[in-house]
Design a protein around this ligand. Structure first.
Ligand SMILES: [Zn+2]
Length: 91
């Protein structure tokens, strides 16, 4: 197994990390919701990428849940009104 002939000095070792400093990341603005977005990445707040809906966000799921709950409640109310009306028709 090959082994390095000499120990790397601290200076040589540390000079390897000299170019790994923090860099300013590019940030774009979402066309749909104006949120800060990393370029070439789907917007996390609205789920759009290049004007196309790609992700279902948490907000979408909660809205869908509310809609299903409301439709269930409407059905329950209809059944309740039918049951209330049915005995009166028989009498
Ligand atoms: Zn967005």
């Amino acid at each position: 197994m090959p082994v390095p002939k000499r120990k790397r000095s601290k200076s040589r070792r540390d000079s390897r990390f000299a170019n790994k400093g923090m860099k300013v990341k590019a940030i774009n603005v979402c066309d749909q919701c104006n949120a800060a977005v990393v370029p070439h990445v789907v917007c996390q707040s609205c789920g759009f990428y290049k004007g196309v809906k790609v992700l279902t966000t948490k907000l979408d799921r909660t809205q869908k849940r509310i809609e299903t709950m409301q439709s269930k409640n409407v059905r329950k109310q209809k059944v309740a009104t039918k049951d209330a009306a049915a005995p009166s028709d028989k009498e």
